[in-house]
Design a protein around this ligand. Sequence first.
Ligand SMILES: Nc1ncnc2c1ncn2[C@@H]1O[C@H](COP(=O)(O)OP(=O)(O)O)[C@@H](O)[C@H]1O
Ligand SMILES: O=C(CO)[C@@H](O)[C@H](O)COP(=O)(O)O
Length: 555
Amino acid sequence: MSNEKVCQRLYLGLDLSTQQIKCIVIDEQLQTIAEEAVSFNDQFSLIHHVQPNGFIVDKNDNRCITTPVFVFLEALDVLFQKLRNQKKFDFSNIVGISGCGQQHGSVYWKTKTELENLKNFHVTIDNNTEKSNEKDLYLVNLLKSSFSCINCPIWMDSSTTDECQLIEKSIGSAQNLFQITGSKAYERFTGSQIMKIANKTSEIYEQTERIQLISNFLASILLGEYAPIDLSDGSGMNLLDIRQYKWSKECLNICGKDLEKKLSDKLVHPRTALGTIAKYFVERYGFNSQCQIVSFTGDNPSSFYALASDAKTVVISLGTSDTVMASISGYEMPKQALDGHLLVNPLTDDRENKLLMLLLCFKNGSLVRERVREEISAKDWNQISELLSKTSPTNHGYIGFFYDDHEILPQNIQGRFYFNADDQQIDDLEGAYKARAVLEGQCLAKRLYLQRANIDLTNKVDRIVITGGASVNVDLVQILADIFGKPVYATFAPNSGALGGALRAIDVINHKPNSTTSTVECLIAAQPRHEYTVIYDEMLVRYAKLEDKIVKGTK
Ligand SMILES: Nc1ncnc2c1ncn2[C@@H]1O[C@H](COP(=O)(O)OP(=O)(O)O)[C@@H](O)[C@H]1O
Ligand SMILES: O=C(CO)[C@@H](O)[C@H](O)COP(=O)(O)O
């Protein structure tokens, strides 16, 4: 190893999201040294019986959506193997690791015995039978008896409407719950998911020693001990008092017996050093034994950390879900409960500062875009581009609502709804119109809900920064710019959740107060075209009215 390499101080960011695990390795100058990803498809669907996207939709109730905990473990193993095979850097030069996970999903530990074995692990490889020994070292095998529930409910689950109603009723009203936790009760939020397990499968709940979010679960594996939940991801549970920075005892008591013990009373800021990496990773992959693990958080707060360089930036993630994020002052909680969520802002650890993060999440994001692409027989995104060139902005008046899965905004609506220029409902749209309708409809929804959350787009927003897999789609980005009437910027790393992890690791280890957030380079991706923004303004009014009609009609 050259001297130069030895001195290199590297930071690893991880993102355990819905369809894959991704990572980025950067140096202190924020240069990308390596990137890697492992999709939960092919090999995972065979071994763990998950569907091609990596999750399981229950055959008897399509609202129940889970991912086996072993998919997460195997994905981490495969990721590190692939990263090592790249031979781009020495793992011993990584001085800090942080990252994030898809939000709201929950993992149920029966015991930490096997987990703590990772802390003091010693690898003995018998050269003669190296192959079988290598298998014994897989995390799925080392942790095979650790969990009380194998299939973890994930954010796509919408099966807990009854539990949500019960939570709101017990706390007085949706408004009361919003005032405490920053959100009305949402099906995917961890509180109602835990309540469902506690009430419907009490034997699992009783066997459970620790309940974690996917983010602190991943941190725990790297530490070899239980890692605490962080405040930003913890805000997505309907259990945390977002202004007091502690659990709401009232909410805990409603959702499960002895729940505080199962979650742990310790909560940390997303920028907290947790300890050094477990010996297992040192022995197996050559990590440095002094490598620090910094608290993990939700994928959206982590992206926000990486990209929201000032209060006038709105961040939009176009991943499996589409999300919209903005900073919001917490001095005055909105009088009306929002359709959306307020989270502890990862950019400040100063409670007095009272800065919150607004999060809007749309469940029907990339998977719907992909499905529409297939339906209209476009073989790739370039063909979609060709089709889009046959229509023009505002789509000759055609509007589509694509709620293939039970939507979050508006809550729990399912189905497809198409309208012509006279606002009459029609059965279907012809290919080219459908291609534009899905992209325009999704972008109009983002603007509508941002407005409903009282974000003053004209005076308080300068620019939009985009991230996520679909952020490379130039057509989608242009439509976004035209509909919002704001310039859209893209970062060099569409995988900003992982980047946010690496940046937090740098900040914590070098004792910097999120100084790195403003240094991530963003390039202009699309300028708004005024003539189209004007006609989209009119279309937004129609969109809002039609959405209202759909919501009323389906209730
Ligand atoms: N050029 C493109 N246009 C539109 N969507 C794309 C494009 N490239 C990738 N995607 C979408 O990106 C999605 C994955 O995004 P990503 O942010 O990695 O998801 P997640 O983090 O939720 O696993 C895929 O479902 C895919 O459809
Ligand atoms: O439910 C939410 C946010 O509230 C989702 O945004 C999840 O956090 C999943 O993220 P992706 O895998 O789509 O990035």
